[in-house]
Design a protein. Sequence first.
Length: 270
Amino acid sequence: MNFDFALILVVATAVTGLLYLLDALVFVPKRKAKLADAELKAGGELPESASKLVMQPSGWADLSRSMFPVLLIVLVLRSFLFEPFKIPSGSMLPTLQIGDYILVNKFHYGLRLPVLNTKFLSVDEPVRGDVVVFKYPKNPSVNYIKRVVGLPGDVVTYRNKVVYVNGEAQPQALVAQLPPGRPERLLVNETLGGVEHEIYRDVERPTLNAEWTVPEGEYFVMGDNRDNSNDSRYWGFVPEQLLVGRAVAVWMHWKELLSIPDFSAIRSIE
């Protein structure tokens, strides 16, 4: 089951904020008036313990006062600065492993309103080679991560497992055969838009030869595990408004719940 954590966070922040405001504007003055009346009847200031008892907020007010600042900070950080994601599949191997926890820069491609995802401040645009998180066009409640291959207006050709952009082959160099001697998979160094990264190519998997012209305002993306990735080759382009952010770093590897988190996996994402 998919749930919209951003929506839950926005609603929780709004509710606790409104309750906090309601207490500050309505109930705090009432408690102060009650304290003043009690002191008037007592003919002087009440003991500190009695004053605290009179001014003690109700449970909902105390909870909202405690939770609102925390939720607001999390909302701002997650919506406009950085958001953590977990890698659930092997489509970006060898760059990203299953169980990697990554940080996604939310302001690199512009600031967007949480939930609505409407951009209100432009900053930069994706370039070839960027690793991006986006909402899957077929089901926007699901986040995908792939590498940008084609920009708006580009002609992308995939032939014999080599990427061509506007007729120019993107350089590839063999790094290793896996396993050695009887290779089932090739580890290849690819340069895409000046960005060097490694990809996997399966020896036995047949190639998909096709050509696409990227529409304006959309992007063509592929996984680094080229023969094991559900990407633009199969379902089309990523509209700009579905971009979530640029993946910038791995901060932890934690594959299974009962395993020990590995912080030695910290690295930048190229």
